[in-house]
Design a protein around this ligand. Structure first.
Ligand code: ARG
Length: 464
């Protein structure tokens, strides 16, 4: 009869053994599980709950198991219910019955909660570096290509001319909020549940501050029941990842659009594009399409988690074993998307001249004319109406704003000369004039780049 069956007797059904074991999911937590156990054993020795010799034997055995895990000689299978039981069994094999003392004043409930928080803490660090690297890659493109003139769209219709730097910065600001959100999640992950036991605490004189310090946690969770069962930090993290994935998906969608021959603004480098098995001319933006598609994983993981956790009674329930599946899905998907997208932006071919000519006299400069009339004293609504009528007439004739007849020009504004009109309708001049805070003018772009570079020096997306 296997471990923990004395009360129940008999063996698990083979299907239940496979179904119930979390060893596959737990393999990623072996280092964390052993670190948690070493801290716990050290504390048991220091507080006199175990003798110094017993504690030293446990810590020594755990160190060896960690080596065995790293060199591949410790490889638990699903004959164990979880990684905690597998490590404990290996410890008993190595150090004898004293190995069974490791579980004094501890439960697998606080153990798994601790393992998961340790794992998440590391992954959130890795995630922060990956988001930062993507932000830096796009900032580099702003430095090099930010001056390129493009149409700014609303409703996917040309709105007003802008600089590419302005557009790319919008994405970088969204990513900087993602960093802040992940930093917030990390601060709540950084609390130690170890020593809470099953949910009631323990009558042994454990030193929870000590284990928290040994494991590098910023604080100790105050309520044992909450500590063993809380998973809101997992929802919070996956929710931040789902929001991030949506940002990445929108950026990817834009790259797909921009690389179509209809837009023709960018070309994905060959290292991120694929061809067609039948159409020889194809250069498909596969990397961007896959990033867009991957957003389904993180948003799906978020749905999976909230459904998993909704309505669970306190405290530990076996359902919680499923949390990792969703967490890993979101983390893995987001990390690869960030890495790929960074490469896509770093190697992206951009056609600097794609829109420069097409924007001259373009109807997307109509707001410039309306603003000019306002500067001459017309209320904006009247100016809007006057220019809208003019645009409708020009559009019907297939003419641009720069094709105004002398008569139309003087009806619009009798003081407006042709030379002044040319400046007014120069798309680059139009962007230069947008100097309001957050506008598309070059000096505003430089100001934002400076602010963002400051936030990239900080740990959580906030300037330090
Ligand atoms: N393997 C479980 C998990 O991964 C932890 C063990 C708690 N099991 C229990 N019967 N209380 O969530």
């Amino acid at each position: 009869m296997s471990e923990l069956r004395s009360r129940i007797g008999g063996e698990l059904a083979p299907a239940m053994r496979r179904f119930g074991s979390s060893v596959d999911l737990d393999r990623r937590l072996v280092d964390e599980d052993i670190a948690g156990s070493m801290a716990h054993a050290t504390m048991l020795g220091e507080t006199g709950i175990l003798s110094p010799d017993a504690a030293a034997a446990l810590v020594g055995g755990l160190k060896e198991i960690r080596e065995e895990w790293r060199d591949g000689t410790f490889s638990p299978g699903d004959d164990f219910e979880d990684i905690h039981m597998a490590v404990e069994a290996r410890l008993v094999e190595k150090v004898g019955p004293v190995g069974g003392a490791l579980h004094t004043a501890r439960s697998r409930n606080d153990q798994i909660a601790t393992d998961l928080r340790l794992w998440m803490r590391n992954k959130l660090e890795e995630m922060d570096s990956a988001v930062t690297a993507l932000m830096e890659a796009i900032l580099t493109r702003v430095d090099g290509d930010g001056h390129i003139l493009i149409p700014g769209f609303t409703h996917l219709q040309r709105g007003q001319p802008i600089l590419l730097g302005h557009h790319l910065l919008a994405h970088i600001w969204a990513l900087s909020r993602d960093r802040e959100r992940l930093g917030g999640a990390r601060s709540r992950v950084d609390a130690c549940p170890l020593g809470s036991c099953a949910m009631a605490g323990t009558s042994f004189p454990v030193d929870r501050d000590r284990t928290a310090t040994l494991l590098g946690f910023g604080s100790v969770m105050e309520n044992a029941m909450d500590a063993a069962s809380a998973r809101d930090h997992v929802i919070e993290t996956v929710s931040a990842l789902a929001i991030l994935a949506i940002h990445l998906s929108c950026m990817a969608e834009e790259l797909v659009l921009w690389s179509s021959s209809e837009f023709g603004l960018v070309e994905l480098d060959g290292s991120y594009a694929s061809s067609s098995s039948i159409m020889p001319q194809k250069r498909n933006p596969d990397a961007a399409e896959l990033v867009r598609g991957h957003s389904g994983r993180s948003t799906g993981a978020l749905m999976g988690l909230v459904v998993l956790l909704k309505g669970l009674p306190l405290a530990y329930n076996r359902d919680l074993q499923e949390d990792r599946f969703h967490l890993y899905t979101a983390v893995d998907s987001t990390l690869i998307c960030l890495e790929v997208l960074r490469g896509v932006y770093a190697t992206l071919g951009i056609r600097a001249d794609r829109y420069e000519e097409t924007l001259v006299g373009d109807p997307s400069l109509a707001t410039e004319l309306a603003d000019h009339l306002v500067s001459k004293g017309l209320p904006f609504r009247d100016a809007h109406d006057r220019v809208a009528r003019l645009v409708a007439r020009l559009d019907a004739d297939g003419r641009g704003l720069d094709d105004l007849s002398p008569n139309e020009l003087s009806t619009l504004d009798s003081d407006l000369g042709r030379a002044e009109l040319t400046v007014l309708l120069d798309p680059r001049e139009a962007t230069n004039r947008k100097r309001s805070r957050g506008g598309t003018a070059p000096e505003e772009i430089s100001r934002q780049v400076g602010l963002l570079r400051e936030t990239l020096k900080g740990k959580t997306g906030n300037p330090e």
